[in-house]
Design a protein around this ligand. Sequence first.
Ligand code: ZN
Length: 160
Amino acid sequence: MLIGNNCVVSINYTLKNDSGSVMDESPEGQPLVYLHGAAGIIPGLETELTGKAIGSEFKVSITPEEAYGEHQPHLVQQVERNQFPADIDLTVGMQFQAQTEGGPMPVIITELSDETVTVDGNHPLAGLNLHFEGSIADVRDATEEEISHGHPHGPGGHDH
Ligand code: ZN
């Protein structure tokens, strides 16, 4: 069968940035499993995979608009260091949930000084061209329950 909406799709993939560094990959024998048409993966990759069959290979470059969006400067903020609990050992790269007016937002510490902490609420892959390469490991029909939940169940999916 071919990939279309309401299929559960398993893919093996490697993700590289413009300079060819591997940013992410599916572990050997553990493909990424997602529900096609439910915004489970970035739009550019979903479009590329539509209509492909088990065993097909893909290689696609995706712009930020079709991936995680542009890097938004207003999501980078400097916070007084004394706003953080004194007993936490802050490090660059540390991730946590910031409380914002719009609710909790995942942020990452990108810079530290004695007085300030710079936090970035952008997705780590925002603003990047993404180069995916991989193959289709499996395609099957989603169950009614998976469609109503908007995600796949079973191996690689939700296990609730
Ligand atoms: Zn579910």
